[in-house]
Write a protein that binds this ligand. Structure first.
Ligand SMILES: [Fe+2]
Length: 294
């Protein structure tokens, strides 16, 4: 019998009418059975965002859990990743030894600016990430929510005339564009520039199961092919505004111990502001994609 036929029923609670469920009753630091894993994959595909509360995962345990869903990406500018686990990106305003970092440090400002814009992780790759996971270790008393938009639902109800306009159109995604938000930073290394050359992706992406979604990213995507630059920028802005209306967006208020998974392909996310005098430490892993967007 295949794993999908053995799927175990898990208790869930909706987070938002259009996106996300909380999965109850699992300790992700312990090995999971094939039936549970199959059910998590099914729930993830259906709801796009999964939340598990009350977890306590070491970097190694988070890596092990993430690898159930595929191989892991390594982020560019690797010095910001964990020194012990290059597949773990520290989304943190502290050093690894626990000291608070100056919020005005240029890389802190840079990453904060990029994270505050609606985006799709690693859309600058020829094969963008399948999914990402964030585990909350230290959280400010308020603010710093991460918001997720369902771009399948947003595409579904787009006016027919807009759908026709988008058909067959592509955008350029390039990690180097992100430097425009903080031009005082040192240049991107030659290795990263080689590894992350500009790519084009369709504005409307068709997932392997046939669902269609908007595929946008405000921090690394620019020119729309076949139209003047200003017109493409205006269209990109219009689509991001459309896809991030409240009816498509879940805003997650973090608690220590949360582990949140999102399907990175048919969603966008961004971080809301918070008081930078507080510590905020999350560890992220990203599961590599397997398909070139079409
Ligand atoms: Fe992100």
């Amino acid at each position: 019998m295949s794993a999908s036929l053995q799927a175990t029923t898990l208790q869930t609670r909706p987070l938002h009418p259009e996106i996300g469920v909380e999965v109850l009753g699992l300790d992700l630091s312990r090995p999971l059975g094939a039936g549970t894993i199959a059910e998590l994959k099914r729930l993830w595909a259906q709801h796009l965002v999964l939340l598990f509360r009350g977890q306590s995962l070491s970097e190694e345990q988070q890596v092990a859990f993430s690898e159930l869903f595929g191989s892991l990406e390594r982020a560019p500018e690797g010095k910001w990743s964990s020194s012990r686990n290059p597949a773990v990106l520290r989304v943190a305003n502290t050093t690894e030894t626990g000291n608070k970092v100056d919020p005005e440090h240029m890389f802190q400002r840079y990453f904060a600016t990029l994270a505050a814009l609606w985006h799709t992780d690693s859309s600058y790759r020829a094969i963008p990430a399948y999914g990402s996971m964030l585990h909350a270790l230290e959280i400010p008393p308020s603010g710093g929510n991460t918001c997720f938009a369902n771009t399948i639902a947003a595409y579904d109800v787009l006016p027919a005339e807009r759908k026709r306009l988008l058909e067959g159109r592509h955008m350029v995604h390039y990690y180097g564009f992100s430097r425009l938000f903080e031009p005082t930073l040192p240049p991107i290394s030659a290795d990263d520039l080689r590894a992350f050359a500009p790519v084009t992706h369709p504005l409307v992406r068709t997932l392997p199961d046939g669902r269609r979604c908007l595929f946008l990213s405000a921090n690394v995507a620019w020119y729309v092919g076949g139209m003047p630059i200003e017109q493409g920028e205006a269209l990109h802005r219009e689509l991001i505004d459309w896809a991030t209306q409240d009816q498509f967006v879940y805003s997650h208020e973090w608690r220590v111990g949360d582990l949140l998974l999102w399907d990175n392909r048919p969603t966008m996310h961004r971080v809301l502001p918070y008081d930078k005098s507080y510590r905020r430490v999350l560890q992220r892993t990203s599961v590599a994609g397997t398909e070139v967007p079409v």
